[in-house]
Each structure stands twice: as C-alpha cells, then as structure tokens.
Design a binder for this molecule. Structure first.
Ligand SMILES: NC(=O)c1ccc[n+]([C@@H]2O[C@H](COP(=O)([O-])OP(=O)(O)OC[C@H]3O[C@@H](n4cnc5c(N)ncnc54)[C@H](OP(=O)(O)O)[C@@H]3O)[C@@H](O)[C@H]2O)c1
Length: 305
C-alpha cells in the first residue's frame, strides 16, 4: 500500500484508511474480520468519532481490536470529538472529558490523531490550546487536526495552539468536488466560481495539512452511492472502462481519482464489507494519467471554463 506522510514528524500512513462510522450495525466478529482484512491489505489507519452510533463505533472497534490478531502498535488510530447532541462544543471541559470517554470506549491509553469534528462558532482558541496541552502532556494524543474547517477557521485556531494542525478531514470525491471546482472557475461569474471553502485545497497544500477525503463514494450529503448508480451513467461508464484497462475495479479507480491529487491525501473508505475493502485497496496498483483524471472530472458532470 502506498503511504502518505503526515505532519512534521512524517508519520507514514496508508493512503486508504478505514472509516468506522458504519460499524455499529455490525457484530464484533464481523468487525474483527473487517479490521484484519484491512491490515492484511496494508491499511494501517483507522478513523472513528465519539458521535458515531453515540459511542458504539468506538466501543465496537475497541472490542474487535482486542479480539483480533492486530498489534495496536502497528496501526494508527484517530478519533474526532467536539459534537454533542444539537450543538458543537469545543469548551476545554468538554474536550477533555470527550477524549477520556473515547479512550475508555476503545480500551486505549492514547490515540495517534485527534480531530475537532466540526467548527464551533463559540470556540475559544486559548481554551482549546489548554486542552490540547494537557492531552499531549498526559500522553493521550500524538498529533492534532481538524475536520470540515475552512482556512480562516484553521488560522484562528492555529494562532493559539502550540501543536501544528496536521490534518483536515473533508468531504471529497468524484461527485463532491467543490474545493476543486472553485479553483478552476477563478475569475468567472458562473455558479462553480463561488468559493464556499476559501481556497481550502490550495491552503491545505501550502500548509502541509493532509486532506482526508470522507464519503468518497457518496453524492450529495449522504444521498447515496454514485458507484453503479443509473443516475450517473457517464461517470460509471468511464469508471468501468478504466477498471478494465487497469485490470482493477470501479471502487478502486474512483479512489485513485482522489489520490491522484499532488498533495498529502488519504481516502477514508466507509465500507463494512471486507470483500469491498479488499477491492478498494487495489487502488494501490492504479495511477491515473493526467488525461484520465480530467476525463473523469468532466464525466462526473463538471465543466472547465
Ligand atoms: N468528518 C466528517 O464530518 C465525516 C462525515 C462522514 C464520514 N466521515 C468518515 O468517513 C468515513 C467514510 O464515510 P462513508 O461511509 O460515508 O464513505 P463511503 O465509503 O463513501 O460510503 C460507504 C457506504 O457506501 C457503500 N458502498 C460503497 N461502495 C459501494 C458499491 N460499489 N456498491 C454499493 N454500496 C457501496 C458501503 O456499503 P458496504 O458497507 O456494503 O460496502 C457503505 O454503506 C466514515 O466511516 C467516517 O470515518 C467523516
């Protein structure tokens, strides 16, 4: 599996990571199989959040990890905190308590990466800095990052916290390309020129923040899977063609469209099916040409000015 380097410490992480949001509906035995399949295919990175299944995804992951043959020291574990029922909460007390809850549910003494899940308009950067300081001093977190933050929000937080924010987890996939569209349509007046995210793609590159692409196979906001979906004939036809060319499969090719971006980027695959995960890991053997990357972008319904 190809690796990406994360942060100033150059931590090597697999370019395909496994997202655990959907595991609460699975049994521990099924999750053991999923985790062991991941590791046997070179995946060393696992993404969770306290809010997934109301803590159940972390609990199920912890149980499965303990029951598996996986050595915790050989994998990287990330969780996200800061969302609670009907509000986002980055207060120091909540962050410290939330991390302790996550560690307890997963049966861990530390996570490798901790992300703030969605920006809290009431955040006090100095308070977050104190929380991060304590978490790191106590050996509970190695590295910090954010999710769904725009560049200004990153800067607001970064000017207060001592640790570099090394990751931004963002929705990105062939059918969700806003941060790419805006760059192409700079200086235009059409709808795609509207920059909703403040130059997020370029900002992440400039500041050495790894982009973690969440929901890589969904269109809209959890509206469904675009792969093999008759609503999207053009992009699926091209995915099939490229899958045949590379003796691969459509899920892997769609992942490589993201991984072709010349920056530190990971795909957070959310499958709960070990067979599908093995297929996605075949992305490792595909490198799209420049022309193929653009053809897929256009087949997904986008245009270039
Ligand atoms: N930071 C955030 O705000 C945020 C938000 C959402 C998610 N996330 C993270 O991102 C991870 C991935 O999100 P996601 O689960 O939405 O991603 P995803 O990988 O796009 O979607 C996974 C879902 O799509 C299905 N699927 C994939 N390929 C398919 C195909 N060819 N045919 C039919 N079904 C297919 C999977 O079914 P099977 O299980 O049957 O394969 C599963 O239900 C999450 O686990 C979480 O870690 C982060």
């Amino acid at each position: 599996m190809r690796q990406v380097s994360i942060g100033l410490d150059n931590i090597n992480a697999s370019e395909i990571a496994l997202g655990l949001m959907r595991i609460p509906e699975k049994t521990t035995a099924q999750v053991v199989e999923l985790l062991e399949t991941a590791v046997s295919h070179g995946v060393n990175f696992f993404d969770n959040a306290d809010v997934y299944g109301n803590g159940e995804a972390e609990r199920r992951f912890g149980d499965a990890l303990a029951a598996s043959a996986i050595d915790r020291e050989n994998i990287l574990i990330q969780t996200k905190i800061g969302i609670r029922h009907d509000q986002y909460d980055f207060s120091k007390d909540h962050l410290l308590a939330a991390l302790d809850g996550s560690l307890e549910r997963m049966g861990l003494d530390h996570v490798d990466f901790l992300l703030l899940h969605r920006p809290d308009a009431l955040m006090e950067p100095d308070e977050i800095a104190e929380a991060f300081f304590e978490m790191q001093k106590d050996g509970k977190v190695r590295e910090f990052g954010v999710s769904n933050f725009n560049p200004t929000q990153v800067e607001l937080l970064q000017q207060a916290v001592a640790q570099p924010l090394v990751i931004n987890q963002l929705q990105l996939g062939l059918m969700h390309t806003g941060m790419i569209d805006a760059g192409f349509h700079t200086n235009m007046s059409d709808a795609r020129s509207i920059d909703h995210d403040g130059g997020l793609y370029e900002y992440s590159r400039l500041n050495n923040m790894t982009i973690q692409a969440w929901s890589p196979y969904q269109y809209g906001f959890f509206e469904g899977v675009f792969i093999n979906n008759p609503k999207f004939p053009k992009v699926n036809e091209l995915l099939q063609k490229l899958a045949a060319k590379y003796a691969s499969n459509v899920n892997a090719v769609a992942a490589t469209w993201i991984l072709r971006l010349p920056t530190s980027v990971q795909v957070i695959a959310g499958t709960t099916n070990p067979g599908r995960l093995a297929q996605i890991c075949e992305a490792d053997q595909v490198q799209l040409t420049r022309t193929e990357w653009y053809d897929l972008y256009l087949a997904a319904g986008n245009d270039l000015p």
